[in-house]
Design a protein around this ligand. Structure first.
Ligand code: GLN
Length: 207
């Protein structure tokens, strides 16, 4: 299965290394709309959301990504990528965002003291549409998975719409959420050696 990584700026190599470790995944770097051919899911890496947003237009990728996500291609935004997916950014025009996911984010929201930090968080695996999920739902339990989380000038997700499922929180802040085929994390799983979130995304792409 082909999974793309938006290759404009940011943690591209790191995502590539992670995808290479997964079975049945062919990672492709996406720089122009033709690169999206046969891609089942696209990762928007961390970096600088304003830069990536502007270059998405210049590279002619913006409309193509929006179209494909609306048709069902899975997409995962890490940090800056999450900002790009959001429908609302606090205190800012949203001109360069892809405007796809019903979340409100605030950029660089942890302040200077917590500019970058690493911690452990738990995320809810029970939304997986697999046989395991059915079992989990039947038992009506949440299956939590403990992972390391690195935050770098991270945004906060201040609000989510009705159709958005919150998958993880850190100190009451939403740090991971999903709406249908769209996933966001405000942290960087690609900077750790834990493959759990990448695996979760690959499963989303397989639908
Ligand atoms: N602060 C960056 C932004 O606003 C995001 C940082 C990151 O992706 N690590 O775009």
């Amino acid at each position: 299965m082909k999974i793309g990584i938006l290759d404009i700026q940011g943690s591209v190599e790191e995502h590539l290394e992670m995808l290479k470790k997964l079975k049945n995944v062919e990672a492709v770097l996406v720089k122009k709309s033709e690169d999206l051919k046969d891609v089942k899911g696209l990762i928007l890496p961390g970096g600088e959301s304003t830069t990536i947003g502007k270059l998405l237009r210049r590279f002619g990728l913006r409309d193509e990504i929006i179209k494909r996500v609306k048709k069902g291609m899975a997409v995962w935004g890490t940090c800056a990528g999450a900002i790009l997916l959001s429908k609302k950014i606090v205190g800012k025009e949203n001109a360069d965002s892809l405007n796809l996911m019903d979340i409100t984010v605030e950029r660089n929201a942890y302040g200077r003291q917590l500019d970058s930090f690493e911690t452990q968080v738990e995320f809810d695996l029970s939304t997986k549409k697999s046989t395991e999920e059915t079992d989990v739902l039947k038992k009506n339990t949440v299956r939590l998975c403990r992972i390391p989380a690195i935050f770098i000038r991270a945004p906060k997700i201040l609000e989510v719409g009705k159709g958005v499922k919150i998958l993880a929180k850190y100190k009451d802040e939403i740090i991971m959420a999903r709406e249908k085929n769209m996933l966001v994390t405000t942290f960087h799983p690609e900077l750790t050696d834990d493959l759990e979130v990448h695996q979760y995304f690959v499963k989303m792409c397989g639908k």
